[in-house]
Design a binder for this molecule. Structure first.
Ligand code: ATP
Ligand code: MG
Length: 348
């Protein structure tokens, strides 16, 4: 099972610029979480802090129980092997062709033979749709291909924690759907703890088990998907609907007067810029039929059931509905004598 990632009161600044403060978050082991937030709120800085590339000046970061803000360099080196990271810019070595880029962590961190390395690299290239491009240089392929090559490289060490920074940027909508399905399937197969940073509303609505949001130097919210997807918190609602109306502006936060003026315009019929509001919440994407059952779903169900009474009413309703849907599945299963895995994995 993937390992738990937990931060306690972390604060990060660059010089006098405070990026975020007092962020406490627990990514439940083996579950898929998403981190949202307007551009510049420090999502990438947060990911880099989780693997110890940047050091917050306050707070602790526990990876599988070890505080990486105080551990030795040797321990940090070992802990980094648990991670597969896709950086926002792909971070490929420009002078190496894709094969060597993807093989790099295997050559760096393992003593595997070249034939074994070849087997793994080709498998990951196939998984990310890059077979045939292995001898190309990063400069010779499209942005979306670079992104997928970065993902292939993030997966070669069979990581227990996968951090992906805007995996969908530069991908067309169809490939974004494939990528979303790939992340869910990887989670079903290896039960890794996954954190996805994304601006893609559709991905945020359908993929993660848990969602968090950074805004105004704070973690505004983090919780089960149903909590954020039904939230009335203005910044969460604005973001998940891609609207101009709300506290988030183009370059900076808006003041109250500005927000009131805009709301008056919408009330007078001006378009709010986003999509039409979606009633209720879209069911979560499931693993492809034939894949193992996602253990994360089962664990999360138990966890959420226990905490149900502490959640907002709308979230409780949404969770009850999804639990009922699962029960329906179980009944169909019993009726047809089918095994659990094939039914619980029915695709959407
Ligand atoms: N190494 C660094 N040194 C100084 N400032 C930095 C450094 N890295 C990031 N920053 C600053 O930290 C802030 C947050 O940057 P970050 O890249 O984490 O934002 P983000 O939320 O990932 O944005 P986007 O959605 O556009 O990718 C920015 O103001 C950026 O300029
Ligand atoms: Mg970023």
């Amino acid at each position: 099972m993937g390992v738990e990632v937990r931060t306690e009161g972390v604060t990060k600044s660059f010089g006098s610029q405070r990026i975020w403060q007092d962020v406490s978050i627990t990514l439940p082991s083996g579950e898929v979480s998403a981190l949202l937030g307007p551009s510049g709120t420090g999502k990438s800085v947060f990911l880099k802090s989780l693997i110890g590339l940047l050091r917050p000046e306050r707070g602790s970061i526990f990876i599988d129980g070890t505080d990486i803000t105080t551990c030795s360099n040797k321990e940090l080196y070992e802990i980094r092997k648990l991670f597969g990271v896709l950086f926002q810019d792909g971070a490929l070595f420009g002078s190496m062709h894709l094969f060597d880029n993807v093989a790099f962590p295997l050559r760096e961190h393992t003593k595997k033979s070249e034939s074994e390395i070849r087997r793994i690299v080709m498998e990951k290239l196939e998984l990310t749709g890059l077979l045939g491009a292995e001898h190309k240089l990063p400069g010779e392929i499209s942005g979306g291909m670079r992104k997928r090559a970065g993902l292939a490289r993030a997966l070669v060490l069979d990581p227990q924690i996968i951090l992906v920074d805007e995996p969908d940027s530069g991908l067309d909508p169809v490939r974004t759907s494939y990528l979303a399905q790939l992340l869910i399937d990887i989670n079903a197969q290896i039960d890794a703890t996954i954190l996805i940073v994304t601006h893609n509303i559709n991905l945020a609505r359908t993929v993660p088990d848990n969602i968090g949001m950074l805004f105004r130097r704070q973690l505004v919210m983090f919780g089960p998907r149903e909590v954020l997807l039904t939230s009335e918190e203005p910044v969460v609602k604005q973001f998940l609907n891609g609207r101009m109306i709300g506290p988030i502006g183009m370059s900076e936060e808006k003041d109250e007067a500005q927000m009131a003026r805009e709301q008056a315009m919408v009330d007078a019929g001006h378009h709010h810029g986003g999509a039409e509001e979606i009633e209720g919440i879209i069911p979560q994407m499931k693993a492809t039929p034939g894949m193992p059952v996602r253990q994360a779903v089962i664990r999360r169900r138990a966890r959420v059931r226990e905490a149900l009474h502490t959640l907002p009413h709308a979230a409780q309703v949404a969770i009850r509905e999804s639990l009922e849907e699962d029960n329906d599945d179980t009944q169909v299963m019993a009726a047809y004598g089918s095994d659990q895995s094939s039914i619980l994995n029915k695709g959407h």
